[in-house]
Design a protein around this ligand. Structure first.
Ligand code: NAD
Length: 322
């Protein structure tokens, strides 16, 4: 089985490749442009770990380069594609909108179009909890009507779902969209709150607290997210009804103030907080209904927030010491 993971040097891509490399008879290929949205060294360190395994082959290139994507698919004859490469981040999309259109729209189109042409068996891609926008009907269900994204990032993800739906209908390409909810854990992203909070509290620097910490996030531990992807991989939608969408989350929202308290307890340190207004694009609460994915995979998240934060801190301390 030949599997492509785009965005393999990214946080989720790295963990997914690691998991897939443990399976027998799987050859894993990865594409990533190693952009500098955050610390490139972290991406290179993730890659260095993956490259130790002979069954992994890496291409440093850009998904907006259609010629490259076409040639790469022809050469490697993929069975399954995990398309995770994207410009992530809600807030950044207010400052650098064109990157979101280039990578998340044109790049996405390249990968799905070439997947179609090469008759890929299953196209699985990263959507986001942000597609629920400012909806206040909790918990968020996959079949809710979505029409109000509140950031450009969210609208690119909503557009991805719409394109994939069309491709599965018009071309019978089996597609699965994954709406990830705040994934965290070891090798996590430096632009996300857990990394920033742990780093700043440890260094006795101030942390920025938006909306007085009164909003809520549904956090997903990385190993749980990967286990879901692993279980979905071979459950290919049939060609008559080939588009599927799943929330991947813990289903348990936590107030940001409580989240900071857990981090402080685990570090044995107090934070210094600067209160700021709610940021544009930030939603008040994310809370997923996880019934659909739990029934489909017969899997339930195993790592609670407290344990997950502890695992992140252990990794962070170890990572900085080497
Ligand atoms: N981490 C989360 O909590 C979360 C939540 C919702 C959705 N997502 C989505 O899941 C996917 C993976 O997220 P992540 O947290 O691992 O992010 P990440 O930024 O760590 O990984 C994305 C990777 O894609 C690569 N990339 C970006 N543009 C590219 C391009 N044009 N060509 C080739 N490679 C490119 C980046 O270099 C990066 O390594 C993304 O699509 C993201 O939008 C993540």
């Amino acid at each position: 089985m030949n599997i492509l993971v785009t965005g393999c040097a990214g946080f989720i891509g790295y963990h997914l490749v690691n998991k897939l490399l443990k399976k027998k008879n799987y050859k894993i290929y990865g594409i990533d442009n190693l952009n500098n949205y955050y610390d490139v060294k972290l991406k290179k360190n993730r890659l260095a770990n993956l490259k130790r395994n002979q069954k992994f082959k890496f291409y440093k290139n850009d998904i907006t380069n259609l010629k490259f994507v076409e040639k790469n698919f022809k050469e490697n004859k993929y069975d399954i594609v995990f398309h995770l490469a994207a410009q992530a981040g809600v807030r950044y999309s207010f400052f650098k909108p064109s990157i979101y259109i280039d990578t998340n729209i044109f790049g996405f189109l390249n990968v799905i179009e070439v997947s179609r042409k090469n008759k890929i068996k299953h196209f699985i891609f990263a959507s986001s909890s942000s597609v629920y926008g400012g909806l206040k009907k909790y918990p968020f269900k996959e079949n809710q009507k979505l029409e109000n994204p509140i950031s450009l990032y969210a609208s690119t993800k909503l557009e991805n779902e719409s394109i994939a739906k069309l491709y599965s209908k018009n071309f019978a390409l089996p597609c699965t969209a994954i709406r990830f909810f705040t994934v965290y854990g070891p090798f996590g992203r430096p632009d996300m709150s857990l990394y920033k909070f742990v780093e700043n509290i440890t260094k006795n620097k101030k942390i920025e607290l938006f909306n007085n910490g009164n909003h809520y996030r549904d956090f997903t531990y990385i190993d749980d997210a990967i286990e879901y992807l692993n279980k979905i991989l071979n459950k290919i939608p049939n060609t008559n009804n080939s588009f599927r969408v799943f929330n991947i989350a813990s289903g348990k929202p936590t107030k940001i103030l409580n989240y900071i308290k857990i981090i402080e307890d685990k570090l044995g340190l107090k934070s210094k907080v600067v209160c700021k207004e709610r940021q544009k694009g930030d939603v008040f609460k994310t809370h997923a209904d996880v019934t659909k994915i739990s029934k489909f995979t017969n899997y339930h998240p195993k790592t609670d927030l407290s344990k997950g934060i502890e695992k992140f801190i252990n990794w962070y301390n170890h990572y900085l010491s080497i």
